[in-house]
Write a protein that binds this ligand. Structure first.
Ligand code: ZN
Length: 410
């Protein structure tokens, strides 16, 4: 039996953060160069004019971005793990390590994402998330839970364990919803019980996304009327597009008013399909997700899927597969997804940035998050033009800085 990999046993040393600081010489949202002032947990102001010596002297700290891109902190609403850890480990310490791992990839907030498992295993994961959420975390903010399954369609299980897939059962579902942690649920809406749960979630303000689904176009339309707002990893694990039966993929391409997640690792989705989806949805409806598993950030190799799942995962050539070749989640990180979208579409970062921050924030209904605006949360990411992460701040607090970044007062 292979042992589970461990990426990061030592938590990174916390950076000290001055109460106010300026980020200068930065392309704001990937566009024109300017500066941005952080005061406490919030963005105070920004300008494209030179900051002036008075302002520089008045603040406690200065970061020279050296012409790199300053973006609203990335938000990953669909991630299972990374750095050797996973949400389904049901361990608060693993969630703290995940928080640090995500921050090193520019992610400021995430939804801890579960998968189809026994009700007991899912409940244990939720308990660990509850514990972790009550503690200070070293990096990205834990926004809550994305419950991916178990209410899926076994015909479209992908790498989800089909034996653990069930129809929505009010008893277990109500307990999970009552935890107050669940903000998003992926389900297959073609089953009446799952459609009932869609209505229930919509009443509670919990977002519902169709995924691992064999739904017809018409069934997605019916689910949208019941409160469905989103499509999970568009094109993957769903009824494909056919011109006489457009399926869930056709609904994702065509129905107005749906947010569409996509795994832009260029393995799960061909660059041409990514371009098509972007052309139809645009930056305000396309949401980049990582759908990453524990092997994200690890070297190529063979790893057990989890502590009590002995199946092997083969990590090679930028993908993680089961031994039979089925894709098993991704090893993508969100800054790389943004880079891939830029490469595939040829569009500038100044146009694409919302797909990794503002759009997921809106999809979840987060207030004053995901944009570089005065009064907004100072969740910030500095990325260079090759999309390497130079700096991450969560609620103003510096949580990650690359060694060659010029910082004063930190
Ligand atoms: Zn997933």
């Amino acid at each position: 039996m292979l042992s589970l990999p461990v990426y990061n046993q030592d938590m990174p040393k916390p950076l000290s953060t001055p109460p106010s600081y300026l980020i200068i010489n930065a392309k704001l949202s990937g566009g024109r160069t300017g500066w941005l002032l952080v005061n406490g947990q919030k963005i105070s102001s920004f300008s494209h004019e030179p900051p002036g010596d008075c302002l520089i002297e008045a603040v406690g700290g200065v970061i020279d971005a050296g012409g790199a891109n300053l973006l609203p902190g990335l938000i990953d609403i669909h991630t299972h793990g990374g750095g050797g850890r996973e949400v389904m480990d049901a361990d608060p310490a693993a969630l703290a390590e995940l928080s640090a791992f995500y921050a090193s990839h520019g992610v400021c907030a995430f939804l801890a994402t579960t998968w189809a498992a026994s009700p007991k295993a899912i409940s244990s994961a939720l308990e660990a998330i509850q514990t972790a959420a009550a503690r200070p975390l070293p990096g990205a903010r834990l926004l809550g839970v994305h419950l991916e399954g178990p209410y899926l369609n076994p015909a479209r299980s992908g790498a989800q364990n089909p034996d653990k897939i069930t129809r929505a059962d009010p008893a277990s579902a109500e307990a999970w919803l009552a935890s107050g942690l669940v903000r998003l649920i992926t389900l297959a809406p073609e089953f009446p019980k799952n459609l009932d749960l869609t209505r229930r979630c919509a009443r509670l303000g919990i977002r519902v996304s169709a995924g691992h689904t064999d739904a017809s176009y018409e069934q997605i339309l019916a689910a949208q009327k019941a409160g469905l707002t989103q499509i999970t990893h568009t094109f993957n694990a769903m009824s494909p597009f056919n011109h006489r039966a457009p399926g869930a993929a056709g609904a994702a391409l065509e129905l107005p008013g749906l947010y569409c997640e996509v795994i832009a690792d260029l393995v799960h989705v061909h660059p041409a399909a990514l371009r098509l989806l972007y052309r139809l949805r645009g930056p305000d409806e396309l949401i980049l997700i990582s759908d990453s598993i524990r092997a994200a950030g690890l070297a190529d190799g063979r790893y057990p899927i989890g502590p009590d799942d002995p199946r092997l995962l083969v990590v090679q050539d930028g993908a993680a597969r089961l031994e039979d070749g089925t894709l098993a989640g991704s090893i993508l990180t969100l800054e790389k997804a943004l880079f891939n979208l830029k490469t595939a579409t040829g569009r500038p970062l100044s146009e694409l940035w919302p797909t990794a921050s503002r759009t997921p924030a809106r999809a979840l209904g987060l207030q004053k998050t995901g944009d570089l605006q005065p009064g907004y949360r100072a969740d910030l990411t500095i990325l260079d033009d090759s999309i390497a992460v130079l700096f991450t701040a969560v609620g103003g607090k510096a949580v990650f800085a690359a060694e060659d970044l010029v910082l004063r007062g930190f």
